[in-house]
Design a protein around this ligand. Structure first.
Ligand SMILES: NC(=O)c1ccc[n+]([C@@H]2O[C@H](COP(=O)([O-])OP(=O)(O)OC[C@H]3O[C@@H](n4cnc5c(N)ncnc54)[C@H](OP(=O)(O)O)[C@@H]3O)[C@@H](O)[C@H]2O)c1
Length: 301
């Protein structure tokens, strides 16, 4: 029986596919555009073209599957973020039920149990939809992704600064998407967990934006400052990065909630503490991205 993977072209999904293929697991993927899969992957997985909100496409990918790996995409361009997220949850739950899939691993978020964290709370709704549909559901409540700082690559390359609305000293669980993919792959390959389970995925330490700026400074060998901006500036940045007006309105509200509410991730334990440090991530991922951005700027001049 296969393991069905959604978002195989995404940061986490691509790592899950790599790990499953490395372990010799029969793997099926649901992908909007199969041409976006690396050629080495395309030939080794069962490819099911389709959208995540399409129950028929999901059912085709899940036929004969023993487990589903599900990511609810970021939907940066949507005009109705809540409905886009819920539509994925509804379609996945319906397809899981119809195909009798036993296990689901969902990428959720720290704070998903709360009802006041907007897009994060809606991942909690997706958790509940899946818990009603499959006997065994593992919700990986991930911390703030290191990869969110890739949005700051142009400003780091241009003038050595990263911008967010979070207070400089606000510490959050932060994690590399690679570690989330590894946690998911381990759970999919290992099984063994029963019922509805929640597991934090937290990275090695809680970090503040100031901590991140220090790590980026060391990795790049030149200063990176953290600058706290207000919601209006954050909105402008999101619009420039291609977000819809609706998402650009909601994100600063979400960040305000993350920064001000007494919000905590799941308790940190050895199981939730994953290995990749911000320093390792910065050297492996951010430094090459900044170098490429710098080369693009030089080439354009
Ligand atoms: N950012 C954070 O700090 C954070 C924290 C906790 C949890 N999360 C969760 O993690 C998610 C992001 O995971 P990620 O970084 O791995 O994603 P990602 O790299 O942004 O990739 C998004 C994936 O979704 C696919 N996709 C988008 N819309 C789709 C649709 N309608 N139907 C099918 N596939 C679709 C994309 O495929 P294409 O190749 O077709 O574009 C791509 O594979 C967030 O949306 C959220 O649910 C995020």
């Amino acid at each position: 029986m296969s393991i069905a993977v959604t978002t195989p072209t995404g940061q986490i999904g691509s790592r899950v596919v790599e790990r499953l293929l490395g372990a010799g697991a029969e793997t099926a993927v649901l992908v909007r555009d199969p041409a976006r899969l690396p050629a080495a992957v395309r030939g080794r997985v069962a490819v099911h073209p389709g959208d995540l909100a399409d129950v028929r496409a999901l059912r085709a990918a899940l036929r004969g599957a023993r487990a589903l790996f599900l990511v609810v995409p970021p939907f940066m361009g949507t005009d109705d973020w809540a409905e886009a997220q819920r539509a994925v949850g509804r379609a996945a739950a319906e397809a899981v039920r119809a195909e009798g899939v036993e296990r689901v691993v969902l990428v959720s978020s720290a704070g998903a149990q709360r009802d006041d964290l907007l897009a994060i709370s809606r991942l909690g709704e997706v958790e509940r939809m899946l818990a009603d549909a499959a006997p065994h559901v593992l919700s990986l409540r991930a911390g703030f992704f290191f990869e969110n700082f890739l949005g700051g690559v142009p400003t780091v390359a241009d003038h050595g600064a990263i911008y967010l609305t979070l207070r400089p000293e606000r510490r959050l669980a932060m994690v590399a998407t690679r570690d989330i993919g590894d946690a998911a792959a381990d759970a999919l390959l290992g099984g063994g967990w029963t019922g509805f389970r929640v597991r934090g995925v937290h990275g090695p330490a809680d970090l503040s934006p100031t901590d991140v700026a220090e790590a980026l400074t060391s990795a790049l060998g030149r200063p990176v400052r953290y600058v706290q901006v207000d919601a209006a500036a954050a909105r402008q940045g999101l619009l420039q990065a291609g977000a819809s007006a609706h998402v650009a309105d909601e994100y600063p509200r979400l960040f305000h909630a993350l920064g001000t509410l007494d919000y905590q991730a799941e308790p940190r334990t050895p199981e939730t503490t994953t290995p990749t440090t911000i320093a390792e991530w910065a050297r492996a991922v951010l430094v090459p991205a900044v170098a490429a951005a710098g080369e693009r700027v030089s080439a354009a001049m």
